[in-house]
Design a protein around this ligand. Structure first.
Ligand code: ATP
Ligand code: SF4
Ligand code: MG
Length: 331
């Protein structure tokens, strides 16, 4: 079943001339994105810093109004829902921020952070009743022993623990989709798989879907592959390639996806040595620069004259595999 449909979404931010105002251009954070997210699945968005991942994720969660285009939730335009339905949407579609610390009140304990929503959603009627419920929640996200963590303040937790507690708080409202913004980038590599497994466990048991945002391909692949979804690769506000995780990583089509694959660290030293980053330039154009032609053309090792003239369309090259590159457009 389709939960979210993003249609030709554009989100532009004004580029201020000075603190006194005046607009000298637009940052095209998201620039014509289409995306469908079904139920019980994990869709991964991958791309480098500034490619528009967070802005897209926030728009899907109802937090950034589109400049144009639409975000549909179960077929209804999120940004024109009546107040009550919008509140229901905000409960069913949750956003987990890139920096978990920002989601906590530093003067409240873990217990407070979990007890308050429990009481709000009628799952406990007083603080005493919360104790057992909070302990169970902490156990469910493997923050144990619960009695040791319950009365800690946010600054007394590790990044991974904060992430898990925030995740637990989000799960309490029984969402159907969680936009997780770089949930594993701030935690130890050894704990990343653990955190992703925890999320996947909720997918399997409760059917919750994820829009999993990541700047690295390995985690994006793990989530999408295990969650039965796909990966969409973003570059400067646009999707440049989309496809099933294994195919996309093992046989990347777009030169930018190829560069992402080549930039992924390799344990096998021989294979690592044979990898060469095929980029012509490391400079990423500014998101407010007008670019004629393909947005990747200044860095692309395969660029041809046409690439500097016209931007290629996103085309389907085989079932579920989309790419935006002139190399795949038949003349
Ligand atoms: N509120 C805002 N006002 C102005 N520009 C913004 C705003 N939010 C984002 N941007 C700009 O939009 C572009 C995309 O930002 P976004 O945060 O979506 O990228 P990202 O892919 O999530 O990057 P990162 O990997 O660093 O988190 C960037 O150039 C950013 O500076
Ligand atoms: S359209 Fe041209 S410049 Fe853009 S990715 Fe393809 S080959 Fe490279
Ligand atoms: Mg971001």
């Amino acid at each position: 079943m389709e939960l979210i449909r993003v249609e030709n979404l554009r989100i532009y931010f004004p580029l201020k001339k000075s603190i006194l105002g005046g607009v000298r251009g637009w940052v095209r954070a998201v620039d014509g994105v289409d995306l469908v997210i079904g139920s019980r699945t994990a869709v991964s968005i991958v791309g480098e810093s500034g490619s528009g991942k967070t802005t897209l994720g926030k728009a899907v969660a109802g937090l950034v109004r589109p400049t144009s285009g639409r975000v549909l939730w179960r077929g209804r335009d999120v940004y024109s829902l009546p107040k009550e339905e919008y509140a229901l949407f905000r409960r069913r579609v949750q956003y987990m921020p890139q920096d978990p610390y920002s989601a906590f009140n530093p003067s409240k304990t873990v217990f407070d952070h979990l007890c308050i929503p429990l009481m709000r959603w009628g799952k406990a009627s007083n603080r005493l009743e919360c104790v057992d419920a909070v302990a169970k929640i902490l156990e469910s996200v493997k923050v144990t022993p619960p009695e040791e963590y319950m009365f800690r303040y946010p600054h007394q937790l590790s990044g991974g623990e904060r992430q898990r507690i925030l995740f637990a708080r989000i799960m309490m409202v029984e969402p159907e989709l969680v936009v997780t913004d770089e949930p594993v980038s701030a935690i130890d590599v050894a704990l990343r798989v653990d955190q992703m497994n925890l999320m996947l466990d909720f997918l399997e048991r409760l059917g919750v879907s994820y829009l999993f945002i990541s700047h690295e391909l390995a985690s994006a692949r793990y989530m999408a592959e295990r969650g039965g979804g796909f990966i969409a690769v973003m570059y400067l506000g646009r999707i440049v390639e989309q496809g099933p995780p294994r195919q996309l990583v093992e046989n990347p089509l777009h030169p930018y996806t190829e560069a992402l694959v080549d930039a992924t660290p390799e344990l096998d030293l021989e294979r690592a040595r044979s990898k060469r980053l095929r980029l012509r330039s490391v400079d990423v154009p500014k998101p407010y620069e007008e670019i004629k032609g393909c947005r990747f053309s200044n860095r692309c090792p395969d660029a041809m004259p046409r690439c500097f003239e016209e931007e290629p369309p996103l085309i389907e090259v085989s079932s579920g595999r989309l790419v935006r590159c002139w190399k795949f457009v038949k003349r």
